[in-house]
Design a protein around this ligand. Structure first.
Ligand SMILES: Cc1cc2nc3c(=O)[nH]c(=O)nc-3n(C[C@H](O)[C@H](O)[C@H](O)COP(=O)(O)OP(=O)(O)OC[C@H]3O[C@@H](n4cnc5c(N)ncnc54)[C@H](O)[C@@H]3O)c2cc1C
Length: 479
């Protein structure tokens, strides 16, 4: 099925199910009794999960003038974080590449100023290349003073967001740590229920009532399971090995590198002049071996993965050369081929920074139910090869915030399904094609079969020469 047909089918399916869900919800509102909104333990919005996405949701709502007078609660299962400007000397092995759209959003909610005061490294160029051919694609800003993205440790992002919450705490936003939501009762449509709001039960027995529950509790979301929401998971049979790498010599280090190996992509993201962060997706067995091997062998394996060529097929090589010549004749200004830069080499790996994470694609066909909305990895999970997971999550936050603000402006119930469906529709129209593209890229590059290598290397070379196409990809990938 083509991508266009898949999106059309999804829209038709969603239209039909929205109709039936709307009918159920209208009935449910008529049968419920109003809960007292000034009750202790009542919140307008409760967010379960205080990772990057959930914390951003609390900031986005709590800091918005239209939410003045509303009560927001953020629940985080893990213990309280130590918020300090003094970061550990070593970089965390969990980092994300944040795109310009995310940076604008974080500025908008007041978190970016705190993040930049801690530790951020920007990059101005991205080079992606194939180990089975000479094809490569580069993304860079014509004006090199502009940044393509920023590499930020996940902990730094959360601390920056928590600093914004500290200003809102006790007034507009309450924050509870060691507060795991263990049971959720959603209003049951059409059955007549005593409380039209959501009941959230915490591990310590506390009970919370809320107009809208936002689930930001990650890819294994227990809220999603408790709400009986369908979820599609596709295991990639791959794990990502992460580590903090020390470079052989100090450089400007403002390029993000990604090389496609037949076993999976390997990426090196710049942290500073002397350090980069590794994300190496490979089979579970290889990942385990990489974690256990002595440091010098691990360093050799990383350097070889970036420098050593896989066997190249002569047909692919000559077709690539022919296309390169043709492009430079047909579109001389496109620079048929980009300047190929050489990645830095690695000399050491930070102590205990090696770790692995199993990879999968996950998608929830419905992001909302009456009084419930899923955001971030709780709704969708993608392969890290495009560095988009949390960027999409921040896009959910911006979209849900705007949707709820419209509800407030119109005096509507924050948990009403018709309004929440607007959020679902907008996000799925953006996210589903991106998920399909990332998945297709993952499959396209996971083979060294000659016809596929030929097709992908010609495709990569042509895309590289067409600036508007590259700009389109960069724009689509933002938020
Ligand atoms: C190796 C790797 C590299 C990546 N690189 C990038 C990148 O470069 N760029 C990018 O955009 N994305 C990247 N991602 C994806 C990104 O890390 C995720 O999209 C992001 O962490 C999801 O954030 P989240 O807040 O939705 O979920 P999580 O980070 O999983 O947070 C969920 C939170 O909910 C809490 N919680 C769980 N259950 C409950 C409960 N019942 N009650 C209360 N709290 C609960 C948890 O304690 C946790 O704090 C990468 C992912 C991997 C694995």
């Amino acid at each position: 099925m083509s991508l266009r047909t898949a999106v059309k089918t999804l829209r038709l399916f969603r239209f039909k199910t929205c109709l039936s869900r709307n009918l159920l919800y209208s009935r449910s509102l008529c049968t419920g009794q109003e809960a007292k909104q000034d009750d202790v333990g009542f919140y307008d919005v409760t967010i379960a999960g205080g990772g990057m996405v959930g914390t951003a949701m609390a900031c986005a709502l709590g800091s918005h003038p239209m939410f003045e007078g509303k009560k927001v609660l953020l629940l985080e299962a893990s213990p309280a974080r130590i918020i300090s400007d003094q970061l550990p000397e070593n970089y965390s092995n969990r980092v994300c590449s944040l795109n310009p759209g995310t940076v604008e959003f974080l500025k908008d909610i007041g978190a970016w100023q705190y993040i930049t005061k801690m530790r951020v490294n920007s990059y101005k160029r991205m080079q992606v290349w194939d180990s089975c051919s000479n094809a490569l694609i580069t993304f860079d800003r014509e004006n090199l003073s502009k940044k393509i993205g920023h590499i930020v440790e996940n902990d730094v992002t959360v601390i920056g967001l928590t600093k914004v919450l500290d200003l809102l705490k006790g007034n507009r936003v309450d924050l509870k740590y060691s507060a795991k939501a263990t049971h959720v009762e959603l209003p049951v449509p059409g059955e007549g229920f005593s409380n039209p709001f959501v009941k959230v039960f915490l591990e310590d027995g506390e009970e919370i009532h809320t107009q809208l529950l936002v689930a930001a509790d990650g890819p294994n979301s227990s809220i999603r399971k408790m709400a009986n929401m369908n979820h599609i998971v596709w295991s990639y049979d791959q794990s990502a090995v992460v580590a903090t790498l020390q470079l052989t010599e100090a450089t400007d280090n403002n390029v993000a590198w990604q090389r496609f190996l037949p076993t999976g992509p390997i990426a090196m993201l710049p942290l500073s002049e002397t350090h980069s962060s590794l994300v190496w997706s490979t089979s579970h067995d290889d990942a385990k071996k990489l974690l256990l091997m002595p440091e010098d062998q691990f360093i050799d394996a990383v350097n070889n993965a970036f420098w050593q060529d896989s066997e190249k097929h002569p047909v692919v090589e000559s077709a690539g050369k022919w296309l390169e010549n043709a492009l430079s004749v047909l579109m001389p200004s496109s620079g048929g081929s980009s300047v190929r830069q050489l990645p830095p080499s690695v000399i050491a790996v930070d102590n205990e920074s090696r770790a692995m994470f199993p990879l999968s694609l996950g998608h929830t066909p419905h992001y909302v139910k009456p009084r419930l909305a899923l955001i971030g990895d709780a709704a969708h999970r993608v392969h890290p090869l495009a560095g988009l997971g949390v960027n999409l999550g921040f896009g959910d936050v911006a979209c849900l915030r705007d949707t709820l603000i419209e509800a407030v402006q119109n005096g509507e119930d924050l948990g009403a399904l018709p309004r929440l469906l607007e959020y679902e529709t907008k996000r799925q129209q953006h996210i589903v094609p991106i998920m399909a593209t990332i998945d297709a890229l993952k499959r396209l590059f996971s083979t060294d079969a000659m016809p596929v290598v030929l097709a992908r290397s010609l495709g990569l070379q042509t895309t590289n020469a067409l600036k508007p196409v590259k700009d389109f990809f960069v724009q689509r990938a933002s938020l």
